[in-house]
Design a protein around this ligand. Structure first.
Ligand SMILES: Cc1cc2nc3c(=O)[nH]c(=O)nc-3n(C[C@H](O)[C@H](O)[C@H](O)COP(=O)(O)OP(=O)(O)OC[C@H]3O[C@@H](n4cnc5c(N)ncnc54)[C@H](O)[C@@H]3O)c2cc1C
Length: 333
């Protein structure tokens, strides 16, 4: 006899649909699969770190290619019955008991809960030739890429008020550092003095072009041309791209971005707030990873997805307890 706590779900209704099959989405799906939930992952196949061949700072997988990690993650999800499909989700609607997503080919998928793990897009400073070196010579995160260029000729390309701080941070990896102010506010006299006190050369102008040179695997970033015509020879450029959160589906579902954000110390203005488990303000809708936390690296995104997967399972258990109790009461009445 089927117990009310395990009432069969309609075959077309998944326990959870996960949109985004990067590390956050796959981690959520892994938890759900291991909790014996029917989970569907829909993934457009463009993870944020696809531009780089190796990832770092990921305990146990340091130096692994991001593509390898995701392939392993998809296999792990599939081994517990999870289904991962390549598809772009273009719309999502929630009702009282489920969430329905629509993919670009017009198909719809219904889930009792939805996890949005759609990441973000990095908008680089507009410098000719810079984007082709993104992830291989141009980077944002020194914990990801700093060690590999330690002691080399580095540039921090200013892109906002936090850029002076980024230059002071990058100085930890090399003494041969130039700060090109570019799109950042001009450093105050105190900031300039602090930069120079640590041997950081300050260039007040803008970068106009990134140039290539011969490298071990074909072309590599070799120089930045400044607006006064001078050329800086460089081994790597660090900058802070503007994060464009991929939260359209969350906003469509009625979530709102908060001023304070969810980053450490509220450091991420403009993100949809989530609780520790990734629960948004919209019933049945959860979010994890870069889509709500631009600061999250791979381990942090995995942790957030893990929490969201467990959170969804707990919410499902609560619903099933309530349904079982109601069914028992009506049987007795
Ligand atoms: C160049 C670079 C190098 C990096 N190196 C490191 C490193 O060395 N170590 C480290 O820890 N971190 C690194 N990171 C950070 C890392 O990329 C992120 O922490 C991680 O990708 C966040 O995972 P996520 O699952 O939140 O998002 P993502 O990995 O971006 O995954 C989101 C997924 O959702 C999909 N998607 C988006 N919208 C839709 C939609 N509408 N429908 C269906 N699917 C959708 C995307 O195609 C993508 O596959 C690097 C980032 C960059 C840019």
């Amino acid at each position: 006899m089927t117990s009310p706590t395990t009432a069969p779900t309609a075959p077309e209704t998944w326990d959870a649909v996960v949109v985004g099959g990067g590390v956050a989405g796959l981690a959520a799906a892994l938890m759900l699969g291991r909790a014996r939930r029917r989970v569907l992952v829909l993934d457009a196949g463009a993870p944020r770190n696809r531009f780089t061949a190796h990832m770092h700072g990921v305990l146990g997988r340091d130096g692994t290619s991001p593509a390898r990690l995701l392939a392993d993650g998809r296999d792990e999800v599939a081994s517990y019955g999870g289904v991962v499909r390549t598809a772009e989700v273009t719309d999502a609607r929630a009702d009282e008991s489920s969430v329905v997503v629509t993919t670009a080919d017009g198909a719809t998928h219904r889930g009792r809960h939805l996890v949005v793990a759609t990441g973000l897009r990095d908008e680089l400073p507009a410098v000719e030739g810079l984007a082709r070196f993104w992830g291989r010579g141009v980077a944002h995160c020194p914990y990801c890429d700093g060690y590999e260029v330690r002691d080399q000729r580095l540039v921090v390309l200013g892109n906002g008020p936090a850029s002076v701080g980024q230059a002071q941070l990058i100085r930890q990896w090399s003494e041969r550092l130039t700060y090109v102010v570019h799109d950042a506010p001009a450093p105050t006299p105190e900031e300039r003095a602090a930069l120079e006190a640590r041997g950081i050369v300050v260039e007040a102008g803008r970068a106009v072009r990134a140039e290539a040179g011969p490298g071990p695997d074909g072309e590599r970033l070799a120089a930045l041309v400044l607006d006064d015509g001078r050329t800086l020879e460089v081994d790597a450029v660090f900058t802070a791209p503007r994060p464009r959160l991929g939260d359209d589906l969350l906003l469509r579902l009625g979530a709102e971005r908060a001023d304070g954000g969810t980053g450490p110390g509220g450091a991420l203005p403009g993100a949809v707030p989530v609780d520790m488990l990734g629960r948004t303000s919209v019933p049945r809708v959860w979010a994890a990873g870069n889509v709500v936390a631009a600061y999250a690296n791979v381990p942090v995104a995995i942790a957030a997805g893990t929490m969201a997967g467990a959170g969804v399972n707990h919410a499902l258990v609560e619903e099933e307890v309530a349904a079982a109790v109601a069914a028992t009461r009506s049987a007795v009445a």
